[in-house]
Design a protein around this ligand. Structure first.
Ligand SMILES: O=c1ccn([C@@H]2O[C@H](COP(=O)(O)OP(=O)(O)O[C@H]3O[C@H](CO)[C@@H](O)[C@H](O)[C@H]3O)[C@@H](O)[C@H]2O)c(=O)[nH]1
Length: 461
C-alpha cells in the first residue's frame, strides 16, 4: 500500500525521526505503527522509551532504541494506577528526555541527522525541549478528534457543568453535541486536580507544535476536523487507520493466547460476542459479577479477555463466580490476552463489547463489527457517545455495568434487527476505511502530505 518512489527514498536517507510514545499499550501501538509507516517512506527511526514497558527491540530490527531512565521504583511500577503513573512519568522524564535529545543531536553523532521529534500529546514537556534545540515537534494524538475537542473544552465544560455532574447527568452539553454531562471526560485520581492540569498543559503545548497527526480518517470525523482546525492552526494529518497499513503486525506487550482463534474456528459465523476492555480499565468484584451474569443471561456465545488486574486486588479466575463458569462452559471461552485484530476479523465474531478505547473502536470499525460500549474514563466517554449517537454502530450501556441492561444489549446486538442495522452501517464505514488508504484516498494523500512536510524541514523547496 505504501510505495514511495526510490528517488524520494534516497532523498530522505539519513534523515532520522525521534519518536517518543507514552508507555501504555494503547499509546505504544499507534506510535510504533507510525514509526513503521515513516520508516517505509525512507526515514530512519529512533525510539525514545521509558524503562517502564520498554518493548523488545529485537522485534524492531530497523529501529534504534534509546532507554530513558524514568525514575519509577519497581513498587510504583507494579502498584500505582495508570493516572498516577502518568503523572509521575511526566514529572520524572523531563530531564532524561532533554539529555537524550541533546545527545542524539550532538554533532559527534555522525549517523544521525534528526529532522523532527514526534511525541505523544500527553508528553507536553517535549515541546519546550524541542523549542530549546530548535527542532520541530509533531504531536501524535492517539485518540479520536471528537474526544480531543472535549479535552480542549474541558476547563469551560467543568466550569459550566460541574454543579450538574451528579444531578443532571443526562443533560445535553450544548457546546459539544451530542455529548451529555455524563460524557464529560472524568480524570479523578488520588491527586485531585493534577490530571486536569496535565490535560490543560497538553492542549496548550499542542498548540505550539509544528504539526498534528491523528490515527483516524477524514470520512469518519469530518465535522470534528473542521472544528479542530478553527482552534489548531498548524497542519493536521489524519492518516489512519494506522494498523490497516500492515499485513500482520503486533506491538503487543503481553503474550497473545492463540487458542482463542482455534476456539473461534469451531463457532458458527457471526455468533460470538468478543469482550475486552483494553489494557488499563479496572473494576470492583461487584461489577465483574454483573458483567458475568449479564453475559450468562444473554445465552450468546462469547470470547472474553479477562486480563490479570481487570478486577482490583483479585487473583485471575477467582474474579469469576464458579456458578457462572459452570453455566457458560459450553458457550464461553476466557483468555488473559487475545490477538485482538485477528479476533475481530474472524468470521465467527458478530459483535464487540468494548470499553471504547480508541484503538479498539477503530479496529472494530475496520472489521465491520458493531459494538456494545462500556466506557470507563477519559476519551472513552466521548468515543462511546459517537458510536451510539452519531455513527449509530453500537449500543452504549447507559446504566454502567448492570446485568439486565447487559443481557438486553447483547441480545439486541447479536440477534435482533436493530443489531443487523448497526452491522450494515459499520460495514459502510469499514468500506470507507479501506478506500481512504488506497491511492487517491484521504489518508493516502494525507500521508504523502506528512512525508513532504517532514522532508521540508531539511529540504526547503
Ligand atoms: O486481548 C487484547 C486486548 C487488547 N489488545 C490491543 O490493545 C490495544 C488496546 O488499546 P485501546 O483499545 O485504545 O485501549 P487502552 O489500552 O485502554 O488504551 C488507552 O489509550 C487509548 C489511546 O489513546 C485510549 O483511547 C484509551 O482510553 C486508553 O485507556 C488495542 O490495539 C487492542 O488490539 C490486544 O491485542 N489483545
Amino acid at each position: 500500500m505504501d510505495s514511495p518512489s526510490s528517488a524520494n527514498r534516497q532523498r530522505r536517507n539519513g534523515c532520522r525521526i525521534v519518536l517518543f510514545p507514552l508507555p501504555f499499550q494503547g499509546h505504544i501501538n499507534p506510535m510504533i505503527q507510525l514509526a513503521k509507516i515513516l520508516h517505509s517512506r525512507g526515514f530512519s527511526i529512533s525510539i525514545f522509551h521509558t524503562r517502564y514497558n520498554f518493548p523488545d527491540p529485537s522485534n524492531y530490527p530497523h529501529f534504534t532504541f534509546h532507554l530513558l531512565s524514568d525514575g519509577l521504583s519497581e513498587l510504583e511500577a507494579s502498584t500505582l494506577d495508570t493516572l498516577r503513573l502518568v503523572k509521575l512519568l511526566i514529572a520524572n522524564c523531563v530531564e532524561p528526555f532533554e539529555q537524550c535529545l541533546a545527545q542524539i543531536l550532538s554533532p559527534d553523532d555522525l549517523i544521525c541527522r534528526v529532522v523532527c521529534v514526534v511525541s505523544d500529546a500527553m508528553w507536553y514537556f517535549t515541546q519546550a525541549a524541542a523549542d530549546k534545540f530548535k527542532i520541530p515537534r509533531i504531536v501524535l494524538r492517539t485518540s479520536s478528534v471528537c474526544s480531543f475537542l472535549a479535552f480542549c473544552a474541558l476547563p469551560l465544560l467543568r466550569e459550566r457543568y460541574l454543579s450538574y455532574m451528579d444531578s443532571k447527568m443526562e443533560a445535553a452539553v450544548l457546546e459539544l453535541p451530542p455529548i451529555k454531562v455524563k460524557d464529560i471526560p472524568r480524570l479523578e485520581t488520588h491527586d485531585g486536580e493534577d490530571m486536569y492540569r496535565a490535560i490543560e498543559n497538553m492542549v496548550r503545548e499542542t498548540k505550539k507544535a509544528s504539526g498534528l497527526v491523528f490515527n483516524t480518517f477524514q470520512e469518519l470525523e469530518e465535522p470534528e476536523l473542521a472544528k479542530l482546525q478553527e482552534q489548531f492552526l498548524m497542519p493536521t494529518f489524519t492518516i489512519g487507520p494506522f494498523h490497516k497499513r500492515f499485513s500482520a503486525a503486533s506491538t503487543s506487550l503481553f503474550t497473545q493466547d492463540r487458542s482463542s482463534i482455534s476456539w473461534l474456528d469451531a463457532q458458527a459465523p457471526g455468533s460470538v460476542l468478543y469482550v475486552s476492555f483494553g489494557s488499563i480499565a479496572a473494576m470492583d468484584q461487584q461489577k465483574m459479577n454483573e458483567m458475568a451474569w449479564g453475559l450468562a443471561d444473554s445465552m450468546q456465545p462469547f470470547l472474553w479477555v479477562v486480563r490479570p488486574g481487570l478486577v482490583r486486588d483479585s487473583e485471575w479466575l477467582a474474579m469469576l463466580p464458579d456458578e457462572f463458569l459452570e453455566a457458560t462452559h459450553d458457550r464461553g471461552y476466557i483468555v488473559k490476552w487475545a490477538p485482538q485484530q485477528e479476533v475481530l476479523s474472524h468470521p465467527a465474531v458478530g459483535g464487540f463489547w468494548t470499553h471504547s478505547g480508541w484503538n479498539s473502536t477503530l479496529e472494530s470499525i475496520c472489521e465491520g463489527v458493531p459494538m456494545i460500549c462500556s466506557p470507563f474514563f477519559g476519551d472513552q466517554m466521548v468515543n462511546s457517545r459517537y458510536v451510539n449517537d452519531i455513527w449509530r454502530i453500537g449500543i452504549r450501556l447507559e446504566k454502567g455495568l448492570e446485568r439486565g441492561e447487559i443481557r438486553d444489549a447483547v441480545r439486541r446486538l447479536m440477534v435482533e434487527r436493530d443489531g443487523e442495522e448497526m452491522r450494515q452501517r459499520v460495514m459502510c464505514l469499514k468500506e470507507k476505511a479501506g478506500f481512504c488508504l488506497n491511492s487517491g484516498g484521504s489518508s493516502y494523500e494525507a500521508l504523502d502530505a506528512l512525508v513532504d512536510f517532514i522532508s521540508s524541514f531539511t529540504f526547503p523547496a
